[in-house]
Each structure stands twice: as structure tokens, then as C-alpha cells.
Design a protein around this ligand. Structure first.
Ligand SMILES: NC(=O)c1ccc[n+]([C@@H]2O[C@H](COP(=O)([O-])OP(=O)(O)OC[C@H]3O[C@@H](n4cnc5c(N)ncnc54)[C@H](OP(=O)(O)O)[C@@H]3O)[C@@H](O)[C@H]2O)c1
Length: 314
């Protein structure tokens, strides 16, 4: 496993992480089982992954509890634990309480990366107040690093200007061959400022693993209402999925590994694929340690841009 620096002088994290939203209950499907999710995380850690993402919102804390069990089984020092405070807990006192609850569920004394899940969704608390509360938690040793999620450049700048000494090491955003909004400005800003981008939904919730078609769509509550899974859109993305599959074949890899590699080949971008079972974790770790050729990246870029221009939605 290759390790990359989170932020400018931050800690080393695996170039591919793991997402644990799936461990939050049955919203990702009836096939989700706590034990499998825990085993998936432990398997990923055995294979060198240290970056594990969760949030207090996932299953109202259940994902953090499952992650806590896996941390105890794997060993605290092998895990870089990233969790998030929800948008309705952004007032300073709420941030502190939420952090205490997450520490308890995770069974750790310190959170490695504490992220603001969404920027001030209902204008409940000004960003500077939230950031000062996070800086206090950092001084108290309850969190090691501060991150944000779903922040655009303006939000990140406002957050950073609120600190007296701290800084943001990462912004977690939706980013994949089927969602390239960060390239409108955030990717270049983050690169210039030494802020890592953690890419959520890096395999487009399974679409880039080349298994979903108009005739075979997931039935879980998270994906059944997602525009990308509308039959018409699954038809539109088929040429990109076919190219991902062809590229994978040329490397003896799988489509999911190519989708993740396309992200990891961007400096400062770290995909955090969500998994339900050990086999998926193992497969996704296979995205580390190799690179796509320049011509392959260019072809994927072109086909993705063409497909995105024809998607009916988001
Ligand atoms: N900050 C935020 O606002 C935010 C939002 C969303 C997610 N996240 C984080 O990002 C993580 C990843 O995003 P995501 O879960 O939305 O999407 P994703 O990683 O693109 O897709 C995850 C789904 O893809 C399928 N999958 C995973 N590995 C596979 C493989 N090797 N082969 C085939 N299928 C595979 C699994 O579902 P099936 O097997 O059922 O197809 C899995 O549930 C989450 O777990 C969470 O930690 C953060």
C-alpha cells in the first residue's frame, strides 16, 4: 500500500481508504450485515488501508459503533479514523457534545480527522463559530485534525479564515468519473493550498463497477431514488462503463479498481469506497499501487465528459 500525506504536513494515509456508511443499517440494502461490514473493515486494514470514514449520521451512530468494534479487533494504532459532525450539530456546544458521543461509540480517546458533514445547511450556526469549537476540541486533544465535507471554495476559505492557528487538512466531496463538479475550481484550489480531497461515491454507488443496467437496478432506499439509477441514465452511461471495463481488462483489473485508480491518479485525491463485505474491500484495495496510462486517462476523461453532458438530471 502506498501512503500519501493528508494536507500539507499532515499524517500519512493509505492512497485508497474505506467508507463505512454501509454499516449504518439496511438503507443500503437487505444484504447489509454488521458482521460483514466489520470484517470488511478489518480485511482492508490487514491489506494496508488505514483511512476509515464514518459519520454520526450513518444509522444514527450505528456505523460508528460497528467501526468501533473493528478498531478494537484490528488495533487502534492501525486505523486513521475519520468521522463527521452532522449539520444540525454545528453550534459550539452541540459540536462538543456530538464529538463526545462519537468518541464513545468509536471507543477511542481521540478522533484522527473530525469533519463538518455539510456546510451550515440551515444557517443554524455561522461557520466561524463552528470552526472555533473544532479548534478548541483540537487543543483539548479530542481530535487530531480538522476537515470539512461538501464545502465549495468559498466555504473552505471562510472556514480557514476563522481559525487562529489551525487549518483544514481535507475536504470530502462527491467525485468520480460520473461526478466531476469539483473540477470546476475546487481541485485546483485544493492542490494549490495543500488540502486533500476525499472522494465520496468514488464508484458512483456501484454503477462504475459495471453491474447495474436498466434491467438490473438496486432496490435499496438510498439508490432507488437516485437520478443516476434511472433506466434512461443507466443507458446513457453505458459507453463509459464499457470503456472502464475495457481498460480494466487491459490491466488485469476490475472496473471498480479502474474507477478508483482514475481518482487516485490525481495528486491529493483519495477515494473512500463504501463496502458491505470483505470481498469488496479486498477488490477495492487492488486499486492501489499501479497507474493508468496517460492515453487511458485521456480516453476516460473524454468519454466521461461526453456522457455527463447527456445525463438527464443532477
Ligand atoms: N460526505 C458525504 O456527504 C458523503 C456522502 C456519501 C458517502 N460518503 C462516504 O463515502 C463512502 C463511499 O461513498 P458511497 O458509499 O456513497 O458510494 P461508492 O463507494 O461509490 O459505492 C458503494 C457501493 O458500491 C458497491 N461496491 C463497493 N465496492 C464494490 C466492488 N469492488 N465491486 C462491486 N460493487 C462494489 C456496494 O454496493 P452493492 O454491492 O450493493 O452494489 C457499495 O455499497 C461512504 O461509505 C461514506 O463513508 C460521504
Amino acid at each position: 500500500m502506498k501512503y500519501v500525506t493528508l494536507g500539507r504536513k499532515g499524517p500519512k494515509v493509505s492512497e485508497v481508504g474505506i467508507g463505512m456508511w454501509q454499516a449504518g443499517g439496511k438503507s443500503w440494502g437487505q444484504d447489509v450485515v454488521d458482521h460483514d461490514c466489520q470484517q470488511a473493515m478489518e480485511r482492508a486494514i490487514d491489506l494496508g488501508v488505514n483511512l476509515v470514514d464514518t459519520a454520526e449520521a450513518y444509522g444514527e451512530g450505528h456505523s460508528e459503533e460497528v467501526v468501533g468494534h473493528a478498531i478494537r479487533a484490528a488495533g487502534r494504532d492501525r486505523v486513521f479514523i475519520a468521522t463527521k459532525v452532522s449539520g444540525d450539530h454545528l453550534r459550539p456546544r452541540d459540536v462538543e457534545r456530538a464529538c463526545r458521543r462519537s468518541l464513545r461509540r468509536l471507543g477511542v480517546r481521540e478522533i484522527d480527522l473530525y469533519q463538518v458533514h455539510w456546510p451550515n445547511p440551515w444557517e443554524l450556526s455561522p461557520i466561524p463559530e463552528t470552526m472555533k469549537a473544532l479548534e478548541r476540541l483540537q487543543r483539548q486533544g479530542r481530535i487530531r485534525h480538522i476537515g470539512v465535507s461538501n464545502f465549495d471554495v468559498r466555504d473552505v476559505e471562510e472556514a480557514r479564515s476563522s481559525f487562529s492557528r489551525a487549518d483544514i487538512v481535507s475536504d470530502q466531496v462527491q467525485y468520480s468519473l460520473l461526478h466531476r463538479e469539483p473540477e470546476a475550481g475546487l481541485t485546483s484550489y485544493a492542490k494549490r493550498e495543500g488540502i486533500a480531497l476525499l472522494a465520496w461515491s468514488p464508484i458512483a454507488k456501484g454503477v462504475l463497477a459495471a453491474k447495474y443496467t436498466p434491467a438490473n437496478r438496486p432496490k435499496d432506499s438510498i439508490r432507488s431514488d437516485n437520478d443516476l439509477f434511472r433506466p434512461q441514465n443507466l443507458k446513457v452511461v453505458a459507453p463509459l462503463v464499457a470503456l472502464v471495463r475495457k481498460t480494466a481488462k487491459a490491466h488485469g483489473k476490475t472496473p471498480a479498481q479502474v474507477a478508483l485508480r482514475w481518482l487516485a491518479d490525481h495528486p491529493g485525491v483519495i477515494p473512500i469506497p463504501g463496502v458491505k463485505r470483505p470481498a469488496q474491500a479486498e477488490e477495492n484495495v487492488g486499486a492501489a499501487g499501479w497507474s493508468l496510462r496517460r492515453a487511458e486517462r485521456a480516453a476516460l476523461d473524454r468519454t466521461s465528459a461526453a456522457v455527463l453532458g447527456r445525463l438527464d438530471t443532477f
